[in-house]
Write a protein that binds this ligand. Structure first.
Ligand code: NAD
Ligand code: UGA
Length: 482
């Protein structure tokens, strides 16, 4: 019998979702023991670091939550088997990247880590266990998990009793940079499942701090598909507004005025209408490609093509910014120094996965530019890895070697602050909307650059008038005004 009173949770995957999500659950449910496990020993070591500034995930407010719960009922450990064995409920919160090889390469999600988790749960669990899909998964993945779990498993430590499992889908909707706020005050909690007692067991956890009307109970398949659809809709809005940004630049309109005008229509709404260098992050592209793959698999090529265009437009926006820089700098950036301010895919995170900065930097390096990069939360090693991986190397050891190849076209260097990044630069490109970049003192920065100099503000965060007054040329995304 499934108990609706959960006492012990194991979360497999201590990443951007598993870490913060479990920290908040532990914080809000002191009577539940929460063990977050990972194969990656360094990651677990960092989660346990007494210096909270060294947590592997940077999120505003996360350090306070971890400080309250860690060691009390929140534990980070590599002891996977024992943590699963002790758990009434196991969350699977592992990575589900796009497949790079084999059937569905480039579109389908690679479920090898999810499958490995299901096998490990089947093997290590005791008694009755609720398995919760927290990772974003293709619709009907629960079927795969169930079939792995349903091959008869006996609990040898418990007089050979047959183990039982229930599978739930509970996708996560947090956005990086606002993860703690999103987790503490979610728009909704989505729980898909067949067993009412299992659904209620999970709902009871969230009910400790989320009102019941915000907890949506659906079928497994609706829940799995709703997550992919939510990300596709959000990304679609960004591609829509970015397509309009180019039209604004061509016609003299300003995309922010257009966004404000359309966003005040309550049917459209004002959120997710910020034009920029294109969406990044580990999920939008992967989830849309996965949705498109599923559509083709289920014989719906027109639907697949519709969603693929959201990604195509996003790639185009990134490419057009790089081209525009070259064009404004008299058609060549070879040996010119360009400062990139911001490498994270958005502000308030140290995550660089699929960051627009990667493709824009890569395009400019290929044109022979010398790039100086500064980001308040992203270090040299991480940028090195991203730029090397952008060379399409699957293997990191190979990827590192490509730094030299990249340097034969152009060069990049890491800088510790804005002043060192922009000194001697012909152009600055602002790619992440960090607060620090909103209040730069252009009067003192301008003389440090080589003139004529440009500011390309792909996030429209800097003070346009101050930039002009300082004698710099400016391009702002979606700004067609002269
Ligand atoms: P991540 O790469 O940061 O973390 C995943 C972790 O799982 C890694 O540390 C990895 O070592 C670990 N792992 C993989 N296989 C394992 C195994 N068999 N045993 C133990 N540990 C294992 O990924 P993430 O950003 O946390 O994303 C996880 C899932 O959540 C993905 O499906 C993603 O689409 C989804 N999601 C992510 C976000 C986000 O903002 N990042 C938001 C909502 C949903
Ligand atoms: C996104 C969703 O917002 C979350 O709900 C979801 O849980 C998550 O994906 C996921 O499944 O991984 P995230 O990628 O962390 O969250 O961050 P967003 O705030 O959505 O930003 C994504 C990208 O879109 C960033 O590059 C951001 O700069 C860009 N963006 C966002 C815009 O260009 N314009 C906007 O108006 C909003």
């Amino acid at each position: 019998m499934i108990s609706t009173d959960i006492k012990n949770i194991c979360c497999i995957g201590a990443g951007y979702v598993g870490g913060p999500t479990m920290a908040v659950i532990a914080d809000r449910c002191p009577s539940i023991q929460v063990n977050v496990v990972d194969l990656n020993e360094n990651r677990i070591k960092d989660w346990n670091d007494s210096d909270l500034s060294k947590l592997p995930v940077y999120e505003p407010g996360l350090d306070d939550v971890v400080a309250r719960a860690r060691g009390r009922n929140l534990h980070f450990t590599t002891n996977i088997e024992e943590s699963i064995a002790n758990a009434d409920m196991v969350f699977i919160s592992v990575n589900t990247p796009t497949k790079i090889k084999g059937v569905g390469a480039g579109q389908a999600s690679d479920l090898r880590w999810v499958e490995a988790c299901a096998r490990q749960v089947a093997q290590c669990s005791r008694g009755n266990t609720i398995v919760v899909e927290k990772s974003t998964l293709p619709v009907r993945t629960a079927e795969v998990i169930k079939s792995i779990l349903s091959s008869p498993q006996r609990d040898n430590r418990n007089s050979g009793e047959l183990k039982t499992f229930e599978v739930l889908s509970n996708p996560e909707f947090l956005a990086e940079g606002t993860a703690i706020v999103d987790l503490e005050n979610p728009d909704r909690i989505l729980i898909g499942g067949e067993s009412e007692s299992a659904v209620e067991a999970l709902a009871n956890i969230y009910l400790q701090w989320v009102p019941n009307e915000k907890i949506l109970r659906t079928s497994l398949w609706s829940s799995e598909l709703a997550k992919l659809t939510a990300n596709a809709f959000l990304a679609q809005r960004i591609s829509s507004i970015n397509s309009v940004s180019a039209l604004c630049e061509a016609t003299g309109a300003d995309v922010r005025e257009v966004a404000n005008a359309i966003g005040t229509d309550s049917r459209i709404g004002s959120k997710f209408l910020d034009s920029g260098p294109g969406f990044g992050g580990s999920c939008f592209k992967k989830d849309i490609l996965n949705l498109a793959y599923l559509c083709r698999y289920f014989g719906l090529p027109e639907v697949a093509e519709y969603w693929e265009n959201v990604v195509k437009l996003n790639n185009w926006q990134q490419a057009r910014i790089a081209q525009l820089v070259v064009q404004k700098l008299f058609g060549t950036v070879a040996t010119k120094k360009i400062a990139i301010l911001g490498f994270a895919f958005k502000a308030d995170t140290n995550d660089t996965r699929e960051s627009p900065a990667i493709m824009i930097a890569k395009d400019l390096l290929e044109e022979g530019a010398e790039i100086a990069i500064y980001d308040p939360k992203v270090n040299n090693e991480q940028i090195k890895k991203c730029l090397a991986l952008a060379e399409n190397k699957e293997d990191l050891s190979q990827a590192y070697k490509t730094q030299d190849a990249m340097n034969s076209e152009g060069k990049w260097s890491y800088k510790n602050d804005v002043v060192s990044a922009i000194s001697g630069a012909d152009a600055i490109i602002i790619l992440t909307e960090w607060n620090e970049f909103k209040s730069l003192n252009w009067e003192s920065l301008a003389p440090l650059m080589r003139h004529p100099a440009w500011v390309f503000d792909a996030r429209a965060v800097a003070d346009k008038t101050a930039i002009r007054c300082a004698g710099l040329n400016i391009w702002r995304v979606g700004d067609g005004s002269k």
